[in-house]
Design a protein around this ligand. Sequence first.
Ligand code: CP
Length: 309
Amino acid sequence: MNEFYQKDIISIKDFDKEKLEKIFTLTEKIMQLNPSERREICKGKTLGYLFYEPSTRTRLSFDSAMASIGGNSLGISNVASSSTQKGESLADTVRMISIYSDVLVLRHTLDGSSRFAAEVSDKPLINAGSGTEEHPTQAIQDLFTMKKEKKKIDGLKIGIVGDLKYGRTVYSLLHGLGNYDVDVRLISPESLRIRSDSTYEIKQKLDLTETTNIEEHLDELDVLYVTRIQKERFPDEEEYLKVKGSYVVGLDMLKRMKDDAIILHPLPRIDEISAEVDNTKNAKYFKQVEYGMHTRAALLGVTLNENGF
Ligand code: CP
């Protein structure tokens, strides 16, 4: 039986290098299939989604991925229009959607929400972002993008810049990178440094440098992973205003980077990458979105097929 069959995807920490590489190989395979072959993978299966926070890419990429492999999707993209407004609990809402679906995708404001939901769901549950804690399928997409665009992950010098305190994609990415031999530079304002409760575990696995100064690292980086300052997670708007616009990647910065360096971003972007960068060969953040659809199709395929695909 395929090891991913009927398994929840709650944390990137459950993926070692071997598992990640298997997903990357299956993603490559799925990208080679013609549309009719692809539609056989999850023919007749249903994905149920439940989003307690806004989303564009994650929800639509799961939706699109499921359609491309022959399945369909249903769910709640805005809990304000659901019976949660009448007081229905997360547990009961998850139970309802699991009755209608073969696999569930949950985004929630709280850390630990996906683990809790997986315990009450009869169907496998995929974490599509839980509080400031994790976004595992984004990390798989990010790692796949690095591998695809740089032809390797081991040996890369990777800068991660922006909101390292509240950005959940950063935590999942760092744990994922912990499976590889990489040199990571964490670049943020002092007040948005990576949370100390997470650094111990991550530092066991990764060679990390923390800095506020992006300039002194630019010429060494193979990958610059830019993140949005997460305004909605600041307890105090004054604190947000102090760090807003701390780093803006524009053509001036790009000129100081290696010719073949790539710029990634989990998106949405606000002002941290200038639009003038979008048309350069280095900008890979829209390609990253496209890869996200294929990595999610591969994950759904292995979760729902006993013998893989
Ligand atoms: N990267 C990401 O999670 O985007 P959305 O919030 O639009 O889903």
